[in-house]
Design a protein around this ligand. Sequence first.
Ligand code: FES
Ligand code: FES
Length: 160
Amino acid sequence: MIAHKGIRVSVNGAVYERSVEPRLLLSDFLRVDLGLTGTHVGCEHGVCGACTILVNGDSVRACLMLAVQADGATIETVESLGSLHKLNSVQSAFLEHHALQCGFCTPGMLMTVTDLLRKFPLATDDEIRAGLSGNLCRCTGYEHILEAVRALVGQRGGAS
Ligand code: FES
Ligand code: FES
C-alpha cells in the first residue's frame, strides 16, 4: 500500500485539499481528481506542451510535475480563462484568427500565450516565436496562431 500525502492547492481561485499518491502526476490530479479535463495530455513526457498550465504565475508542463510538488501552489488552468459564451481576449483572438483546428493543442497554447503576454505584453515577433516554441501543433502550421498573438500584442499597443 502506497502512503498518501495531503496537499492543498488553489486552482482557478478555488482551494482543494486532497490526499494523493506521491507518484500522481499533476496533470492526472487536475484531470481525474478535480475533473478539470481542459488540460490536455499528449506526450506525457514534456515535449508537446498540450498540458501547459500556470503554477504560481509561470507556465509549466503539468505532466512533468507531481501533484505533491504543487502543495501550497496557486494554479491556473485553461478553465480559468473564459467560458463558452464569454471568451476572454486570448480565446477570442484564437477564434477570430482561426488559430485552432482539432483543438488538441489549444489549451496549452492558450496558457502559454497567457503567460507570454503577461510577461511581455508588447512582445516582438521573435519573442512570440520563442514563447510558442515549446508548444506543438499538428494542424495549423502555426501561422494563424502567430497572427492571433500578434493581434493581441497590437491591442496592447505593440507592433501587430
Ligand atoms: S503532455 Fe505534457 S508536454 Fe506533452
Ligand atoms: S489545432 Fe490540432 S494540434 Fe493544434
